[in-house]
Design a protein around this ligand. Structure first.
Ligand code: ADP
Ligand code: ASP
Ligand code: MG
Length: 416
């Protein structure tokens, strides 16, 4: 007997038929004698619809009310799955974030989980053989008692946090792909499924654009050592042996990975904007004058490049921000123009960031240089480069995204 968390994403619970399919996956594990907590997302498209309604109501709405609205999608699917399970003769009870409770910080819209009480769930596993069906994505602020949400894709984080709280053997992430691939399989059909990936690599992949797992869920998994297994919900539930090893990807500690490749995966993001601050004084304090106000406005700055000035007097500073923050960032810079003292701002929004990730890069030199050459041969210009221990990122024009990803995918031998 094992204790499992089973998480189902939006496409896996998109309608009643798919919810029935999910219930059959759950029934299979219960039949094998396991204790199960299920975490569900809203039906696919639902959260987008709810977010759009909030914007329609008022573009600058109160984040507490945003949370009251957008958390409702998961409330529906949790209740529905419990109904369907009961209809199949499986004991089940739904739980919303505030009912467990899942206590969070006060950052409405992007709250962090602080604590989960798993005691009641475990008691019910034992006493009633009851499946817990938990609404993902939502929690409750510790002090105000108001509903919070965990940021887009947050049901992954709910699932991993529940797994840590009830000390589950495994956290199964059921989704519309059967694992984590070397890159998004929807963009590169030759992408290969990885049998295992280290937490650190998954963290980079997720934060650099692969939306298969929410970044915070991987962080939590790493901290609490939760074994996360990404697998498909679209396989016929009854064809799966609950004691066997189905196709999927295990996210685990790097010591568990025997055959480590130099490059494990490629991520990309088109949600970037580039801002160049032209002709600022080349003197101490200028970077602080630019990035201080941006940080105060909670804008995440990435890929900073500063030119060496040719005249010793002025220089240019280029950086990227998420496309969603682009307008705010330029407004902030316009306001601080007096203190920064720049001549003009140049901007580009049709750009993409391509990132190559692999723990093996720690011990291999020249990995990035190969990419520069391969992209040059395709005529793709690189606008900016950043590197760190286990990854490098390149900024290019967005129209070349697919070509660049495919080129690098073959270059690093990920096609086979
Ligand atoms: P869910 O609704 O189940 O949470 P998501 O849409 O959030 O599912 O995440 C699954 C999607 O992530 C896949 O459909 C796939 O297109 C995308 N994806 C991006 N990069 C990768 C990758 N490297 N491996 C697998 N899937 C990826
Ligand atoms: N329903 C939420 C979203 O679409 C949370 C999730 O699906 O993980 O972002
Ligand atoms: Mg998701």
């Amino acid at each position: 007997m094992a204790r499992l968390v089973m998480k189902f994403g939006g496409t896996s619970v998109a309608d009643i038929e798919r919810i029935r399919n999910v219930a059959r996956h759950v029934k299979r594990e219960i039949g094998a004698g396991h204790e199960v907590a299920v975490v569900v997302s809203a039906m696919s498209g639902k959260t987008n619809e709810l977010v759009a309604w909030c914007r329609d109501g008022a573009p600058l709405h109160d984040a507490r009310e945003y949370d009251a609205v957008v958390s409702s999608g998961e409330q529906v699917t949790a209740g529905l799955l419990a109904i369907v399970l009961e209809g199949m003769g499986v004991n089940a009870r739904s739980w919303q974030g505030w009912q467990l409770p899942i206590l969070t910080s006060n950052a409405h819209g992007t709250a962090r989980i602080l604590d989960i009480n798993g005691g009641e769930l475990v008691k019910r596993f034992k006493e009633r053989k009851e499946v817990a069906v938990i609404a993902g994505f939502q929690g409750m602020h510790k002090e105000t008692g108001r509903i919070t949400t965990l940021g887009r894709g947050g049901s992954d984080t709910s699932a991993v946090a529940v797994a840590a709280a009830i000390q589950a053997e495994r956290c199964d992430i059921y989704t519309d792909v059967d694992g984590v691939y070397t890159t998004d399989p929807r963009v590169v059909p030759r992408a290969q499924r990885l049998p295992k990936i280290a937490y650190e690599e998954m963290l980079e992949l997720a934060s650099l654009g692969a939306k298969v797992m929410q970044v915070r869920s991987v962080e939590l998994g790493m901290v609490h050592n939760v074994r996360i297994f990404v697998r498909s919900s679209f396989e016929k539930p009854e064809d799966i042996d609950p004691h066997g090893t189905p196709p999927g990807t295990l996210i685990c500690g790097e010591e568990e990975i025997v055959e480590q490749q130099v490059v494990s995966g490629i991520a990309f993001s088109k949600d970037e904007a580039q801002i160049s601050v032209r002709s600022v004084q080349d003197k101490p304090g200028v970077a602080a004058a630019i990035f201080g106000p941006l940080a105060d406005a909670n804008i995440n700055v990435d890929m900073i490049v500063q030119n060496v000035s040719s005249d010793g007097a002025t220089t240019d500073l280029t950086f990227t921000v998420p496309a969603s923050d682009y307008q705010r960032a330029t407004d902030v810079l316009a306001k601080s123009r007096g203190e920064i003292g720049y001549e003009r701002l140049d901007r580009a929004t049709d750009i993409a960031k391509i990132s190559v990730i692999g723990i093996g890069m720690r011990s291999h030199a020249g990995v990035a240089a190969q990419a520069f050459k391969a992209l040059a041969e395709k005529g793709i210009n690189i606008r900016a480069i950043t590197t760190s221990e286990i990854k490098f990122s390149l900024l290019i024009d967005a129209i070349y995204t697919e070509l660049a990803v495919r080129t690098l995918h073959s270059l690093y031998d990920l096609d086979k």
